[in-house]
Design a protein around this ligand. Structure first.
Ligand code: ADP
Ligand code: TMP
Ligand code: ASP
Length: 249
């Protein structure tokens, strides 16, 4: 296992078994391990399956992106990649609000409001969803978030600003590898010092990426919508990103 300020980190009991990751306690009370699985779900787990090698690919993909964001002053929970499928992160109290940034209309936005798929959204649209599977992650507004104490207005402002910065950084990064960042979902949480940090993962499970030339989905929509070549798309996008970072070294 890894080391943290000289302390040897050991994996302890499972803290939470999620749909695509398992969280483990460690011998350090402020640190947990995210273990990335191959399991994939869609539509609030109504659809279940597996994507070949997804755990490895998502862990590596997220590691690349958290490190890249850190260089550009965006702090996250990421501490270090421990193994092919394990990442050491700061233990956070997750804010139960999913922050979605959209550069083009797709998915639930089109269904909900009848907006034409692909319509360019300028400025990007920021939406909030309550993180509650039993309610189907409903859309909520800033006033609901404050009213029901899911986050303060100041925290909402911080999450929104960070999400928009991440959008700028990742949109231009993905452009370099021939992909348009259509939309993505971020999660945030608070550490033991009450700092709001970017959490969870940034992977193809929570992004829409459209290939420049054929305009095809290169993300989890291939699984959600049974478009085929799901494993291949995950691998292809990872290889492009990995290649890009290798060339920068
Ligand atoms: P789900 O909970 O939707 O099944 P996952 O399978 O991805 O999702 O499980 C990972 C869980 O861990 C998510 O609920 C996520 O909010 C939570 N999480 C992410 N990062 C942290 C963190 N640093 N500390 C504590 N919990 C986290
Ligand atoms: P949506 O169009 O279904 O609202 O999704 C917007 C983005 O958020 C899309 O990139 C996929 C991501 N997302 C998640 O990561 N988890 C979810 O539970 C949902 C519904 C969407
Ligand atoms: N979060 C969704 C689920 O629970 C997955 C998705 O559509 O991305 O199944």
């Amino acid at each position: 296992m890894g080391k943290f300020f000289g302390m040897k980190i050991e994996k302890k009991s499972s803290l939470y078994d999620g749909k695509s990751k398992t969280l483990f306690e460690t011998n350090h009370s402020d640190l947990v391990i995210q273990y990335f699985k191959d399991d994939a779900t869609a539509f609030n787990a109504l659809k279940k399956g597996q994507i070949r090698n997804k755990g490895f690919l998502n862990n590596s993909f997220s590691t690349h992106l958290f490190l890249y964001l850190k260089k550009l002053q965006i702090e996250s929970h990421f501490v270090e990649k421990l193994s092919e499928r394990e990442m050491l992160v700061q233990k956070l109290k997750i804010i139960p609000v999913e922050v979605v940034v959209r550069n083009r209309a797709a998915g639930s936005l089109c269904k909900r409001l009848g907006i034409e798929k692909g319509k360019v959204l300028r400025p990007p649209l920021v939406e909030y969803f309550l993180k509650d599977d039993s309610l189907g992650d409903p859309l909520v507004g800033e006033t609901h978030i404050q009213q029901f104490g899911w986050a303060t207005l100041d925290e909402v402002f911080q999450m929104k600003q960070t999400a928009l910065q991440v959008n700028q950084i990742l949109s231009s990064l993905f452009e370099k590898i021939g992909l348009s960042l259509v939309d993505f979902k971020l999660e945030f949480g608070k550490n033991s010092k009450n700092q709001v940090l970017l959490a969870d993962e940034i992977t193809l499970d929570g992004c829409r990426l459209w290939d420049h030339t054929p305009g095809e989905s290169m993300d989890k929509d291939r699984f959600r919508l049974d478009l085929g070549k799901v494993d291949e798309a995950y691998e292809e996008v990872f290889n492009r990103l990995n290649q890009y970072f290798m060339e920068q070294k």
